[in-house]
Design a protein around this ligand. Structure first.
Ligand SMILES: C[S@@+](CC[C@H](N)C(=O)[O-])C[C@H]1O[C@@H](n2cnc3c(N)ncnc32)[C@H](O)[C@@H]1O
Length: 268
């Protein structure tokens, strides 16, 4: 696998990814439950309920959803992530809920039956790993095919105000047992007032602290950028339509030129 969206060193060690991203997962799932309850009438029928997470990574959200009694599946193109997700699921839930599949072809590849999903979700800018309009359109077509009537798709991403964004640096730390992880990550915005090649560069430096010693992992990858107009234009050309926007806690909030929102879509 040579796709940097899937095989960069940040995603190569699923356990380290999981340790780093687990804090806050309960609140993220609270937000998704709020959104499903507000925007997905199909999700209220317990006999039909099915949540699907494209690009689920280590499975942290699907795992917690399953623990909360929500029938859920996830898929990812990174085999190491799926092996880890299955290993963590084995103790409590069905490991087969995790599949290796591509966001662009998952219904066709049998990771999700057509018309079966009452709620599809894809947060923290993962959608922006799709690097062309054709890939993004293929994914939205697949989500449309996956959704049951009355189902909804919640996709969380940052929009960009070209020419106005600064490089931003974040530091995240987490610990599980004897393993500590600190990530310093820089987001370098695209240049030019029209966004140039529409690429945000992400540079991550991980410091992993184990009883055996400290190790360092560097990775760089790209995320595609969208102005609000480009993003709404892409939705407009897709078989989905926008029915709401929320903040990261799932509370209705208008779209903005810059910043993170969760956009809720349903079939036309
Ligand atoms: C930022 S992680 C998000 C993981 C998970 N959704 C979460 O919230 O923790 C991005 C994930 O997208 C996956 N990915 C990137 N491109 C993909 C594609 N075309 N199809 C499926 N998975 C993909 C990567 O392997 C990685 O696990």
């Amino acid at each position: 696998m040579q796709d940097p969206a899937v095989d960069n060193s940040l995603y190569r060690d699923a356990m380290i990814y999981d340790i780093l991203h687990t804090p806050g997962t309960a609140e993220e799932l609270d937000a998704l439950e709020r959104i499903a309850a507000t925007f997905a009438p199909a999700d209220t029928d317990p006999s039909r309920r099915l949540w699907v997470e494209p690009a689920c990574g280590s499975g942290r959200l699907v795992r917690l959803a399953a623990r909360r009694g929500i029938p859920s599946t996830g898929f990812d193109l990174n085999e190491g992530m799926i092996a880890y997700a299955r290993g963590r699921a084995a103790k409590r839930t069905d490991p087969q809920r995790y599949r290796v599949a591509d966001m662009r072809t998952f219904v066709d590849d049998d990771a999700c039956r057509p018309g079966s999903a009452t709620f599809v979700f894809n947060t923290i800018n993962t959608f922006r790993h799709l690097m062309t309009d054709d890939d993004a359109a293929a994914h939205l077509e697949q989500v449309r095919a996956a959704l049951r009537t009355g189902g909804a798709y919640a996709v969380g991403l940052n929009t960009t105000m070209y020419g106005c964004e600064q490089t931003v640096e974040d530091v995240w730390s987490a610990r599980r047992g004897s393993v500590g992880v600190t990530q310093t990550v820089q987001y370098i915005p695209p240049t030019g007032k029209h966004g140039g090649a529409r690429i945000e560069r992400v540079i991550s430096h991980l410091v992993i602290d184990r009883p055996s010693g400290e190790s360092h992992v560097d990775s760089t990858y790209a995320l595609r950028t969208y102005s609000l107009k480009q993003w709404l234009g892409l939705i407009e050309k897709s078989p989905l339509r926008l029915i709401g926007t929320t903040d990261d806690a799932g509370h209705p909030t208008p779209p903005a030129e810059t910043g993170y929102r969760i956009y809720v879509l349903t079939g036309r």
